[in-house]
Design a protein around this ligand. Structure first.
Ligand code: PMP
Length: 466
């Protein structure tokens, strides 16, 4: 057995040296030391099934990606100011996956950088009074100050400063309860609010499947209607594909394609480099032309030689291993199994939803009340972890058990997940856990990751990392 530090000592050291609110999973965190495919291994040699990692998109430590990056690091890693084929090939390969006229790429280092740059680009293409933005409720778009202000997931949560006047929030569609399904009405309201404040909307940011919002599949035609209204307003429509992109939805390569829209800008992150820190903004040439006002765009590591190697390898593996198809077939199988479980436990699982490898189980207090049950959801997540199956909780009320695994997640992995979940639910949920959920939870809760040493109060829903 390799010589790993004692987990408690490591945790203590980490608490001393890292910022105190740095995200960590679980109140007794696990020391992971190795990953392979959809599996993680802790310092004691225990194996876990990873059902929530969309960063290790083509599988943890995929040998093709790892060797492409390391070989490049041994050869040359430099910025885009020198000519090199990697960044060009990668940009060409990304554009080839997009519909026309999305044909120009800016390389960045993270999803946050991608969204921040997208906003700058949108501003350069809209009028001076277009200083407001529109986002979906429950959305998270990144960690910069600008993006925290555009992320209800954060600004409505603990430590959040609430909504700023320049940000307009479209309510999250709730198909299960039949609420907020009309995209056009939601868009109109946001636009009217901006006009009432004497401003206009510059950009509408939206994930194509709402991940932090709780694995929400938008109603048919929703984005089309919002885009029409936003375009009539002169606003730029940005599709944040940081979580749902790169084949995850199974039926399509990009989430926005399921809504039959073509965004003005698409932002990419997490999966793009399988863990190599990188991101990209893909946009229409007319927007790129407006952004090119004489100020040079430079990003020290964005589009670096090693990033190009990683990005190209990811796209190759996706194609070679037919991982989008895998997300479709295994995802459909899993969804059907989840629906079976819902039949067996209709007072716990209120709604099964999602696309491909982006699925969610809405956990409720009872089928009559349809009350959100965040404490039960967290209990399920924690109990599954004891069985070495890693899931997370998310959504406006943190009551969605979330599934978004590496794309190589197999049918066998799916069956193991379903078997363990069935055992957990058949074992019964403790009465005290259920009791807390019988009382209505406070309105929108966007709680922090469980970095705190003590367990949060049971009535407070807690999410894991985005
Ligand atoms: N957009 C979405 C939808 C995300 O989930 C995230 C990260 N959780 C981001 C943007 C920000 O990406 P990053 O953490 O790479 O800055």
């Amino acid at each position: 057995k390799a010589d790993y530090p004692d987990s408690q000592a490591l945790l203590q050291k980490r608490r001393q040296v890292l910022g105190p609110n740095t995200a960590i999973n679980y109140s007794d965190p696990v020391q992971m030391v190795r990953g392979e495919g959809a599996h993680l291994y802790d310092a004691e040699g225990n194996e876990y099934l990873d059902c929530v990692n969309n960063v290790a998109h083509v599988g943890h430590c995929h040998p093709k990606v790892a060797s492409a990056v390391s070989q490049q690091m041994f050869t040359l890693n430099t910025n885009v100011r020198y000519l090199h084929q990697n960044v060009v090939k990668h940009a060409v390969a990304l554009v080839a996956t997009m519909p026309q006229p999305l044909e120009v790429v800016y390389m960045v280092c993270s999803g946050s950088e991608a969204n921040d740059l997208a906003l700058r680009i949108a501003r350069s293409s809209t009028s001076a009074e277009a200083t407001h933005v529109a986002v979906m409720d429950g959305a998270y778009h990144g960690h910069t100050q600008t993006l925290i202000d555009m992320s209800p997931y954060k600004f409505n949560g603990p430590g959040g400063a609430g909504r700023k006047p320049h940000v307009h929030v479209l309510p999250c569609p709730d198909v299960y309860r039949g609420l907020h399904l009309d995209g056009r009405a939601a868009a109109r309201q946001a636009i009217d609010e901006a006009h009432a404040a004497g401003a206009k909307i510059c950009a509408f940011f939206c994930e194509s499947v709402l991940s932090c919002g709780g694995q929400v599949v938008l109603p048919e035609g929703y984005l089309q209607a919002v885009y029409e209204e936003m375009h009539a307003e002169g606003a730029v429509c940005v599709a944040d594909e940081v979580q749902c992109g790169f084949g995850r939805v199974g039926s399509h390569f990009w989430g926005f394609e399921t809504q039959h829209v073509v965004p003005d800008i698409v932002t990419l992150g997490k999966p793009i480099g399988n863990g190599f820190p990188m991101g990209a903004v893909v946009l229409q040439r007319r927007l790129a032309a407006n952004f090119d006002n004489g100020m040079e765009y430079f990003n020290t590591c964005g589009g670096c030689t090693a990033a190009g190697a990683a990005g190209l390898a990811v796209l190759e593996v996706l194609r070679e291993e037919r991982l989008q198809q895998n997300a479709l077939t295994v995802g459909r199988h899993l969804e059907a199994e989840f629906r079976q479980l819902q039949q067996e436990f209709p007072d716990i699982i209120g709604h099964v939803r999602g696309l491909g490898f982006m699925l969610g189980l809405e956990i409720i207090a009872s089928r009559e009340s349809q009350l959100h049950a965040p404490v039960t959801a967290r209990w399920i997540k924690d109990t599954m972890r004891q069985r070495r199956v890693l899931l997370s909780c998310d959504g406006l009320r943190a009551n969605i058990v979330k599934f978004k695994p590496p794309m190589c997640f197999s049918r066998q992995d799916a069956d193991r997940l379903v078997h363990e979940l069935t055992q957990v639910l058949r074992g019964g949920i403790p009465a005290d856990v259920r009791a807390v959920d019988q009382a209505p939870a406070p309105a929108a809760i966007c709680a922090p990751v469980s970095h705190v040493a003590t367990a949060p109060p049971p009535a407070l829903a807690v999410k894991t990392a985005a």
